[in-house]
Design a protein around this ligand. Sequence first.
Ligand code: TA6
Length: 297
Amino acid sequence: MPVTKDSKKVYLTHASGSSAEVYLYGATVTSFKAASSEGGKVEERLFVSDTAILDGSKAIRGGIPVVFPIFGPPPTDATAFPYHSKLSQHGFARTSIWTLNSEFETSDGGVVVELVLNPTPEITSAFPPPFALSYTLTLTSTTFTASLKITNPGSAALQFQTLLHTYLSTPSHLDALVYPLKGLSYKDKTRGGNTFVEDREKVDVKEETDRVYAGVGPEGKLTLEYGGKEKGGVEVEIGGFVDATIWNPGEKTGSAMGDMHAKGWESFVCVEPGYVSEFYSLEAGKEWVGKMVLKVF
Ligand code: TA6
């Protein structure tokens, strides 16, 4: 069966042997297993902490958390953002229960599920602006596509930030490289949030890295390459999103995280397509789509 489900998760299985899993909680994808080429060894491509909280009491540490309608800490300007300023870090999408709305196969055998999040009374009490989220996930033999459609059914503009907080598994963070980022400006959260211009052809995360690069999209592609003997990696194709955060907490920050297993930070690089450098203002009745395609190699 290409799609099965239980009370907590939806399971996608492709004829090639690739697979994916997504929690209804936060619409958090927690597994994408695929071979680098047809007939190759099927391997897990996402990182989820061994000590991730999976009972719905906290955002899942790993996989692909959905960030909406804010990225990072809430804005401090309560006049400009009376509702966003009261939200928790990264917003409520990643800690809300989504609904499986549809499932189907494409003509070339891709397995597709759509999850939706519409305002619940709890959400509306904290965030009154109307919105509708539709999250379409597509699995093929070597790719996984996440497409987030944000609709504004209201009569006023909807302000939002959004991001797919993708934890890509790596044999070691020490020889992982992300490119191309050279020439892009980035906000460095490890250096007071100041802005710099990337001068490296390939960016490593040997030190704690928390950088929001602007101008990666709206159409673009980043590559995460595993160095060393285990050559391989993941291409991250971006559509709609204009920014990308590159994050690895390193030992000091990582070891202080209650839901990060010991040395967990050595096994992932976050490559996070987003629209986060500013708030997007979605006009009444309009929709916006952000898309990420993971292609393993
Ligand atoms: O995307 C990077 C980041 O914003 C970091 O600053 C760090 O806070 C990370 O997200 C994880 O945030 P979380 O709320 O999931 O602990």
